[in-house]
Design a protein around this ligand. Sequence first.
Ligand SMILES: *[C@@H]1O[C@H](CO)[C@@H](O)[C@H](O)[C@H]1NC(C)=O
Length: 360
Amino acid sequence: MVASATTKPGESHSAKMKWHLGSHVRRKGLWFRLRKVLLCVLGLYIAIPFLVRLCPGIQAKLIFLNFVRVPFFIDLKKPQEQGLNHTCNYYLQPEEDVTIGVWHTIPAAWWKNAQGKDQMWYEDALASSHPIILYLHGNAGTRGGDHRVELYKVLSSLGYHVVTFDYRGWGDSIGTPSERGMTYDALHVFDWIKARSGDNPVYIWGHSLGTGVATNLVRRLCERETPPDALILESPFTNIREEAKSHPFSVVYRYFPGFDWFFLDPITSSGIKFANDENVKHISCPLLILHAEDDPVVPFQLGRKLYNIAAPSRSFRDFKVQFVPFHSDLGYRHKYIYKSPELPRILREFLGKSESERQH
Ligand SMILES: *[C@@H]1O[C@H](CO)[C@@H](O)[C@H](O)[C@H]1NC(C)=O
């Protein structure tokens, strides 16, 4: 008892001391750790450009983003699970060792007839007088992505066939992604459609990175004198360098010394161009550009700039070139233009009435 009585004050004193000491050590520890984290972040910030420069494949991966599968749990073999009960899934083989997954949605008015039908029935349907839209999707995700599916629904309700596919390396399509490969896959599907579509118009619709594939394809088609009936570019850029420079990913490095050398030259040296601005000078068919003013991924100015390059181009002298902006108040951003109640009218005025409407 006595001992404890005499030691108690001392104990509490030393406990207090310890506490003071402890908090001091802790605070120092915290600062030390914070400094360590900051140094690491700074180190990474400086290391990343060198890494990208040394491994240009990183930039290619970031552009294609084919490994990002959103939404993840979609069975691409079952488009009906995405609310597409008038869609058939099948596979084409553009080249040896390359297989691509295709979705073909028929005009919505026929959805009842389509129940339980096989690929042959769908292929034959391409010949019945309805226009066809070949849809080329952007990077990341698959042909089953939400905003894509919503657009197929809108277009099919307007009486169009929609044929879309995953480029090699995307979704369940087999092969290694490359700009050449994507363009080749698109060409293969276009020819496949043309072999079955008779006199029906075939339109090409590209979105985002898919606009780069679309102009590559249409330039090639014009050069071989088999142009499509129209080209529609939704949220296009001018070329991949300008797009990469304005992409939100680049914001933190925009003022990094040597940005172009570190981040843009590796893209070019990987052979990735997606030169919409060059391609449009060699394209001769009607061109419609759709772009939302509040697009955070491909800035509106790039779409407008592309229009300003295309409109005066001699290649379009016999064709209309139209630019349709969507006001930022509408909130369509990068992938929601399909929501526009104006879209049916815009398409009808630009493409003309679809064959089925003409018959009525
Ligand atoms: C099938 O799809 C069509 C077109 O989108 C729709 O109008 C219809 O209600 C759907 N039917 C069923 C049973 O879900």
